[in-house]
Design a protein around this ligand. Structure first.
Ligand code: HEM
Length: 228
């Protein structure tokens, strides 16, 4: 960076996006632990699963209504932008929120999480625990979902999470701290861009959306036989 470059502090990640991220980290960690321990810990596996369902529903809606850098439209890139970014010739504003490469990992993480939660709702261990939607589909579908959930999806998710954390450390090694903005929301930028909206009203809207998503997740949890 040259000395004459003036840096502007800009809000990039609004508070709802940051809370979403760290709550997701907490719940996915809880899911991995309780899923591995099994037995009575499965009651908490279900609870963390419903929490992730609510968080994912929230993030989908926030991807349409949230702060400008959290909106899907802000990180849906054309393949050409991805190629230019990889060659180091990308546009400066593509380095502000999720970069074209980072966006790929975000969409992959969200997609694999949706598949993991969806198949969890359809899984049955044939001993004591069955997802709330198992009664609505055929035995063959339950068996397929259970196989994916327990033998494929969890490894895909683990691989993506490890890649995600490795990428964050790689950027840190290159003196580019992505973690701090995911904590306080701001980036110091040489490029002039509009900030994400992150005021009391937008945060209240996010809270209402989250409550509605939690209500949907709770309703889903009541659809099947009592699991806990
Ligand atoms: C279970 C583990 C994790 C999952 C499932 C996960 C998932 C995600 C997702 C979905 C996003 C996109 C955020 C959004 O736009 O809504 C994201 C971004 C991010 N995550 Fe994680 N994450 C995990 C662990 C971590 C950890 C441990 C760190 C810190 C060491 C971290 C640091 C970040 C950062 C800095 C970003 C923003 C990246 C950027 O600037 O493009 N994540 N993560």
């Amino acid at each position: 960076m040259y000395e004459h470059e003036r840096l502007n502090k800009v809000r990039i990640w609004d508070l709802p996006t940051r809370i979403f991220h760290w709550a997701l980290v907490l719940c996915v960690t809880g899911l991995a632990i309780t899923g591995t321990v099994g037995g009575s810990a499965m009651a908490w596996h279900f609870r963390f699963g419903y929490a992730v369902l609510a968080l994912l529903l929230f993030r989908i809606i926030w991807g349409l209504l949230g702060g400008r850098w959290s909106r899907f439209a802000a990180f849906l890139y054309a393949p050409k932008s991805l190629l230019l970014h990889i060659k180091g010739q990308g546009r400066p504003e593509h380095d502000v929120g999720h970069t074209p490469l980072g966006a790929l990992s975000v969409f992959a993480l969200l997609g694999i999480l949706i598949a993991q939660v969806g198949t969890g709702l359809l899984s049955d261990d044939e001993i004591s625990f069955a997802g709330p939607l198992t009664g609505f589909v055929s035995n063959a579908s339950v068996s397929l979902a259970t196989t994916y959930h327990t033998e494929i999806g969890k490894w895909l998710l683990l691989g993506l999470v490890l890649l995600h954390i490795a990428a964050i450390f790689f950027y840190l090694y290159r003196k580019h701290n992505l973690v701090a903005p995911m904590l306080h929301g701001d980036k110091s930028l040489a490029v002039d861009v509009l900030p994400s909206r992150d005021d009391a009203l937008s945060r209240l809207a996010a809270l209402l959306v989250l409550l509605a998503c939690a209500a949907v997740a709770f309703w889903v949890s009541t659809l099947g036989a009592p699991a806990f």
